[in-house]
Design a protein around this ligand. Structure first.
Ligand code: NAP
Length: 253
């Protein structure tokens, strides 16, 4: 495995699922991790679990949909630890927004957390990382960003935004020591997918998914979609003509 060059990290959405797993993965390898989310009790339990393993995780109560407060809090953390080396914008919500039962409130929540929250999290440290010429920005997108998936107008679009946002940053940062990584998971067993009633192909358990994500981050990948069969299928779906995509997606997904 590539060498781990982080002293400090911030992981948002660390009170459950992939973010929790990633915070522990980093903490167990000696990184001081700020674990952010709204559910304080979960974060305190995570910090206790980490302590028992000899790892250092600090709970940070934060609602990333409050953009100004997020910018301020993340900058405070950056100052407190003499510069965050790794920032993972992982917090996300997966509300369904079917066109036939569309609710603005659900779409707004998805945009506030997955788009505004992620951009606020990353923007808070970007200028500082540029000044230090060091750091790693990571966004947790989704393979659901490849096309507009059924029932997921807001979710698919929010993750497509994140892909493009991160790609532009990456191009702008070319030639610097600030890295940008976009992670695109397929289906993973977490709270987010617990209530999904339909078939989820290539569904992964949380731990192996965290392992794949963490290793891709440490390798400094530009983009990483997993599991690979789902990534390949999505790659094909990108090129399918609309008539074919619409017919298959509306029946199979
Ligand atoms: N599971 C999958 O199949 C899958 C697939 C592709 C991509 N992803 C992405 O992976 C990321 C993690 O999701 P997960 O599967 O681990 O789901 P999860 O277990 O539901 O975790 C979501 C995390 O986001 C946090 N969060 C939600 N709203 C927030 C807010 N306003 N402010 C701060 N934190 C907030 C939650 O914490 P609080 O509720 O405590 O705030 C929780 O820690 C998400 O970005 C998701 O879109 C997941």
């Amino acid at each position: 495995m590539a060498e781990l060059n982080y002293r400090t990290a911030l992981v948002t959405g660390a009170s459950s699922g992939l973010g929790r797993g990633l915070a522990l993965w980093l903490g167990r390898r000696g990184v001081k991790v700020y674990a952010a989310a709204r559910r304080r009790d979960n974060l305190v339990a995570l910090a206790q679990e980490a302590r028992a393993l000899g790892a250092h995780i600090e709970p940070v109560e934060l609602d990333v949909s409050q953009a100004e407060a997020t910018l301020e809090r993340v900058r405070e953390l950056d100052s407190a630890c003499d510069g965050l080396d790794l920032v993972v914008a992982n917090a996300g919500v997966g509300k369904q927004t079917h066109a036939l039962q569309f609710e603005w409130a659900d779409a707004k929540q998805v945009i506030d957390v997955n788009v505004t929250g992620a951009v606020a999290t990353l923007s808070a440290v970007l200028p500082r990382m540029v000044e230090r010429n060091r750091g790693h920005l990571v966004g947790i997108s989704s393979l659901a960003s490849c096309r507009g998936l059924p029932r997921n107008a807001a979710y698919s679009a929010s993750k497509a935004f994140l892909n493009t946002f991160l790609e532009s940053l990456r191009v702008d940062l070319h030639g610097t020591q600030v890295r940008v990584t976009c992670i695109k998971p397929g289906f993973v067993k977490t709270e987010m997918t617990a209530s999904i009633p339909y078939f989820m192909p290539f569904l992964l358990e949380t731990d192996p998914a965290v392992e794949l994500m963490a290793r891709a981050i440490v390798r400094g990948e530009d983009e990483y979609g997993f599991p690979w069969p789902m990534d390949r299928a999505v790659g094909l779906a990108k090129w399918a003509p609309n008539f074919l995509f619409d017919a298959v997606a509306s029946k199979v997904l």
